[in-house]
Design a binder for this molecule. Structure first.
Ligand code: GDP
Length: 294
């Protein structure tokens, strides 16, 4: 996305073709039509007000507009519960388990005690994968019987965390099909249990695979309704040229992007930083350093 915008901004004149190139860059990176129009409308009026004729001068204006759009006052993870319960939802393959593993690692490194709940009882492989991450991260895993009630696993994990004085409980859930009503009912039940248990449901985070583009928006909407989503994790941003959906998730769903996945390793998860993201977007060379350094 940054590369395409960079090419548009490197054009010699701020003419119709440059505006078109900017529009194409945004749409091509999966920024929705509505958000593209909003951003370009902002830029056009600023450019005419300030009599800007060099596209390069739009760089910082665009960065400001993106940073404003993405800024979320509620961007940090809520740790207020004792224990704080974080629920993870999202379609299979979107990166839930990997994100939980990476986040558990970061939390343990920060000195917090972490319990993971394997509430995807439908897939034995999912529990095994979470067990591996729990071991790597130094977190305690609570698992249920294969095919058992996912809400019961969530309850057990939260109860265990409360009894053992853990700080955070992260619940992994099934994501076999986001159009499946049973799944949505199951998630709503897990949510109710998590609200009632000794813990406090502080976050319901939806993982969205950046490489799936606009599809992520529909997913976020569905999971939002069932699980009362409080934020999004944009995964696989390292492998995507279409990270623009992140703008739509924020602008159209009013969901804060809280974390970004930049790879499969333990350390490849960073807090989302609107200003760094915006700066990286219009300065292709600084991208990696800016985002990782934030
Ligand atoms: P789940 O089914 O939602 O739990 O998804 P997984 O956590 O199993 O992830 C699915 C695949 O995506 C795995 O191969 C992960 O290694 C990979 N993955 C997850 N997050 C990232 C990321 O940020 N970057 C990259 N490159 N791969 C990721």
């Amino acid at each position: 996305m940054g590369e395409r915008l960079g090419a548009a901004l490197a054009r010699p004149d701020l003419d119709g073709a440059t505006w078109e190139a900017l529009e194409e860059a945004l749409l091509g990176a999966d920024v929705s039509w509505a958000v593209t129009e909003q951003l370009l409308g902002c830029l056009r009026s600023e450019a005419s007000e300030r009599r800007i004729s060099d596209p390069a001068a739009l760089r910082s204006l665009l960065a400001d507009a993106v940073a404003d759009l993405m800024h979320a006052p509620d961007g940090a993870l809520d740790r207020s519960g004792s224990p704080a319960v974080w629920l993870f939802v999202g379609v299979n393959g979107s990166g839930k388990t990997t994100t939980i593993g990476k986040l558990a690692h970061a939390e343990v490194r920060a000195g917090r005690r972490v319990v993971l709940g394997a509430a995807d009882t439908f897939r034995a492989a999912a529990t095994e994968q979470l067990a591996t991450w729990a071991e790597r991260a130094g977190a305690h895993l609570v698992r249920g019987n294969a095919g058992g009630d996912p809400a019961a696993v969530a309850f057990d994990a939260i109860s265990h965390a409360a009894a053992s004085g853990a700080d955070v409980v992260m619940i992994d859930t099934a994501g076999r099909l986001h159009t499946n009503h049973n799944l949505m009912g199951e998630l709503a039940k897990i949510r109710r249990v998590a609200e009632r248990a000794p813990g406090e449901l502080c976050e319901a985070l939806v993982t969205l695979d950046a490489t799936t583009g606009q599809n992520g928006l529909a997913q976020a909407r569905m999971f939002g309704e069932a699980a009362g989503v409080t934020g999004a994790v944009l995964t696989k941003l390292d492998g995507s040229a279409r990270g623009g959906s992140v703008l739509s998730v924020r602008a159209e769903l009013n969901v804060a992007v809280k974390l970004v996945g930049l790879g499969e390793g333990l350390g490849d998860l960073v807090p989302f930083d609107a200003a760094a993201f915006a700066a990286a977007l219009v300065d292709t060379e600084g991208m990696d350093a800016d985002v990782r350094g934030s």
